[in-house]
Design a protein around this ligand. Structure first.
Ligand SMILES: [Zn+2]
Length: 487
């Protein structure tokens, strides 16, 4: 498929020998920003070039629809990460086929994953650019530099042209499970918060948090606990946000995420964070609290659905009290059983993030074409899992999975909960390892996917589409009910 402007027509071609960019123009001057070989082609000029960063930048310059844009607080949205840089076409097709009305975020990767894979922020954006072009996707897309913990992370995302910045102050959240002490209250960074304990209590104690279905009267103990637990996280968010706002030379937006912490975010704590962040001048379009347990990598939701419904309904109600941002659901891959309730509980004011599931789609394709490489990835993933199981929120156990893959149904292996989770968390160790010949496994996997790219795109379109359909249904209803413009 192609995209065209008044002056240009462009496409990406994939093959086992690699991928190329093709750009056609009547006037060769329009090909000047691109690098590659140019030749006459009928009455046109055809440039064939590499999928280089220079060419991605030239494409974004030429095609408005290839420039990342803000996701915004209004439209129901879904982000799809891509660890290999070859999934965007399939993900875009999923949005075309099953994601009507949704805002897609097709470039999305955390700083941690980039570092783990040795990937530059710019290459994440470039590969999404090429993938959109390959699929002829003109519906626009967001670019989310995910889980940023430092100003340096913000700088990297800004330099690459990311628009959405997920600020993660999770390392500053304090464990209050054993209760709080006077010393901890004194350690809250009051100066950075422009606040003191008495003023905080005066603002909150005795006020009522109205969740619609029920009211919570805020006690001194609850607000003190919120300040100890999240006060430093609020201060850190303010610091990151100020850096983002003062450094950005293009339009940017922020999500606030504390989902990767060990302790549930209570409703009063969410209300406290939102209230304090707003008081300190922070704005954000979506917020990811730490929900009830049950969100595990690569598996359907394992917790209590009623508890989650109540949880999401209340977090959504709090977001409405603070101006109406979206509730963000991270680790959203393969949580099919809870999508309808998540949509219902938030009335579609929700942002879903998936990532690892596109990598598992890649392994499905690999199983059909290079089972030997899949066996190598399995060995590495299984061994890495056995070593580091304790550090993840995971329930798989390697003892329940095959040690070797001789005679094993590979599609069933990728689908079964224990082995699926092991493969899901084993991506970093696998992709960065080398085989017996010293070739990077990530490179070998990419080669297989480029050779079978149409198939990979099909697998992704179907599987990501299953994620999108329940959200798209809500997006369309809301579009009608609230008159939201669909770009
Ligand atoms: Zn997250």
């Amino acid at each position: 498929m192609t995209l065209s402007t008044d002056h240009l027509e462009a496409d990406v071609l994939r093959s086992a020998d690699g991928s190329t960019l093709q750009v056609r123009a009547a006037d060769p001057a329009h090909l000047a920003p691109f690098e590659g070989e140019t030749r006459a082609d009928g009455d046109q000029h055809l440039l064939i070039g590499p999928l280089s960063s220079a060419n991605a930048a030239a494409l974004r310059e030429a095609f408005e629809v290839l420039r990342p844009r803000p996701i915004g607080a209004t439209r129901t949205s879904v982000g799809t990460g891509d660890r290999l840089g070859l999934a965007t076409a399939g993900q875009a097709r999923a949005f075309r086929e099953q994601g009507a009305g949704l805002a897609p975020v097709l470039a999305q990767q955390s700083i941690r994953e980039m570092d783990r894979l040795g990937r530059e922020a710019l290459s994440v954006l470039d590969e999404a650019t090429f993938g959109c072009l390959e699929e002829g996707w003109d519906g626009g897309y967001g670019a989310d530099c995910d889980h940023i913990k430092t100003t340096e992370g913000i700088d990297r995302g800004l330099a690459a042209g990311f628009v959405t910045f997920t600020l993660d102050p999770g390392d500053h959240v304090v464990d209050v499970t054993g209760g709080i002490t006077e010393a901890q209250l004194a350690e809250v960074p009051w100066d950075a918060l422009g606040d003191d304990l008495d003023a905080l209590r005066a603002r909150y104690v005795g006020t009522v948090l109205d969740l619609g279905t029920r009211q919570i009267e805020i006690t001194r103990e609850a607000i003190d606990t919120a300040a100890v637990k999240y006060g430093a996280a609020v201060a850190e968010t303010v610091r990151l946000h100020r850096h983002l706002r003062s450094s950005a030379r293009h339009e940017v937006e922020a999500e606030i995420a504390v989902d990767e912490t060990a302790w549930l975010t209570t409703f009063v704590e969410h209300h406290y964070m939102a209230g304090e962040l707003a008081r300190l001048g922070v704005d954000w379009f979506s917020f990811a609290p730490r929900y009830v347990d049950g969100f595990e990598k690569g598996l359907d939701f394992l917790g209590d659905e009623d508890e989650l419904r109540e949880n999401l309904t209340a977090h959504h109600a709090i977001s409405r009290l603070h101006g109406g941002y979206k509730i963000s659901l991270h680790s959203g891959s393969d949580k099919f059983s809870i999508y309808p309730l998540a949509v219902e509980a938030t009335q579609g004011h929700v942002h879903l993030k998936t990532s690892g599931t596109s990598y598992l789609c890649a392994l499905e394709v690999l199983a059909r074409h290079d089972p030997e490489l899949l066996a190598l990835i399995w060995d590495i993933s299984r061994a890495a899992y056995a070593r580091s199981r304790a550090s993840y929120q995971v329930s798989a156990h390697e003892d329940r999975t095959p040690e070797t893959l001789d005679g094993v149904d590979l599609a069933a292996l990728i689908a079964a909960p224990d082995s699926r989770q092991i493969l899901h968390v084993g991506y970093g160790d696998s992709l960065t390892a080398t085989d017996a010949d010293g070739t990077l496994i990530g490179e070998r996997l990419r080669t297989v996917l480029e050779a079978h790219h149409a198939e990979y795109t099909e697998v992704l379109a179907a599987h990501i589409g299953r994620h999108l359909a329940p959200f798209a249904a809500a997006a369309q209803e809301r579009t009608v009910a609230e008159g939201i413009g669909v770009a």
